[in-house]
Design a binder for this molecule. Structure first.
Ligand code: PBG
Ligand code: ZN
Length: 338
């Protein structure tokens, strides 16, 4: 059979052979019909804030990622803003930890200090803060441990205090990440009671228990000292449950929803985009970044091309916002491409 037969129009078609390659012929045509937009304004940069002074310090497991002292974090936010990255997600890395994680809700704690210094140095930056206990507790769990188990309701009460301290410092958005039941309702009630009704909540609604958080735990020194997080983070086998978590969080007052990890959660993004009208974020977690860095360093692929493709896939699946350790590099690559 001649090759042309494969392109024959279906019977009854008035248009002749179908040739999708017509719109792939030149870069201009491809750009003109591209379905998915990736822009720096969609990006959120995770930022680690450490105690102490001096220069930013590197994180061994995350090449190119640094922990900033409070004195340098404002300048970093400014640098991000200048490159077009409008938002940061703050994580504290305290020098000392307590069994109950009390450093997390200290009014003059690391994150509140960082929020104030970013607000001064880069007034337009959208400041999101991670609300959890794991970086502040000696045991590394995300909540209050009683008799060897994480106490849900006691944890929710503490998360409310953490969120109120961040809001008082001027955070625009607080992001509870502990995966406790009722944490969005608890944080909303605590914020409202503290007179912070205009602070928004980004819910880590669909967060799978993932091996890909490994490098982050090194950055934070937050690996659990016993057990793991499978009694609170979701089983990666479950997608319907993820939708249920998101539905609950919207009902509890979440202003934005988050899916994480991004790469393993593309199906959840597709389904969440259809089911909910709130802004949807995806978190490309530390392990996703580390995989790309390692492969690029090994010469397996081009870092820039891989990062652009992975970020675009997250947008195509339905995420409005992308949290990524590549935010600054990505914003610069996008600016060059224009
Ligand atoms: C925990 C928290 C985690 C991340 C952010 N907050 C995961 C965990 O330690 O279980 C992961 C982020 C990343 O891997 O980049 N509250
Ligand atoms: Zn945590």
């Amino acid at each position: 059979m001649p090759a042309t037969d494969a392109r024959k129009a279906p019977p009854g078609s008035p248009v002749g052979p179908v040739r999708p390659r017509r719109l792939r012929r030149t870069p201009a045509l491809r750009d003109w019909v591209a379905e998915t937009e990736l822009a720096a304004r969609r990006l959120v940069a995770p930022v680690f804030v450490r105690s102490g002074r001096g220069e930013p310090t590197p994180v061994a497991s995350l090449p190119g990622v640094r922990r900033f002292p409070v004195s340098a974090v404002g300048g970093h936010a400014r640098e991000l803003a200048d490159a077009g990255v409008p938002a940061v997600l703050l994580f504290g890395v305290p020098a000392s930890k307590e069994p109950d994680g009390r450093g997390a809700w200290a009014e003059q704690g690391l994150v509140p200090q960082a929020v104030r210094s970013i607000r001064r140095a880069s007034p337009g930056t959208v400041i999101v803060t991670d609300v959890c206990l794991c970086a502040y507790t000696t045991h590394g769990h995300c909540g209050v441990v009683r008799q060897g188990a994480v106490d849900n309701d006691a944890t929710v009460e503490r998360l409310g205090r953490v969120a109120a301290a961040h809001a008082a410092a001027g955070a625009d958005v607080v992001a509870p990440s502990a995966m406790m039941d009722g944490q969005v309702a608890g944080v909303r009630a605590a914020l409202d009671a503290a007179g912070e009704a205009s602070t928004a909540i980004l819910s880590y609604a669909a967060k799978h228990a993932s091996a890909l958080y490994g490098p982050f735990r090194e950055a934070e020194g937050s690996a659990p000292s016993f057990g793991d997080r499978t009694t609170y983070q979701m089983d990666p086998r479950n997608a319907r449950e993820a939708l249920r978590e998101m539905r609950l969080d919207v009902a509890e007052g979440a202003d934005l929803l988050l899916v994480k990890p991004a790469l393993t959660g593309l199906d959840l993004l597709v389904r969440a985009r259809r089911a909910f009208d709130v802004p949807l974020a995806a978190y490309q977690v530390s392990g996703e970044y580390a995989m790309v860095k390692a492969a690029a360093a090994a010469g397996v692929f081009d870092e820039r091309a891989a990062v652009l493709e992975l970020a675009t896939a997250v947008r195509r699946a339905g995420a409005d916002l992308l949290i990524t350790y590549h935010a600054l590099a990505l914003a610069r690559w996008l600016a060059e491409a224009r």
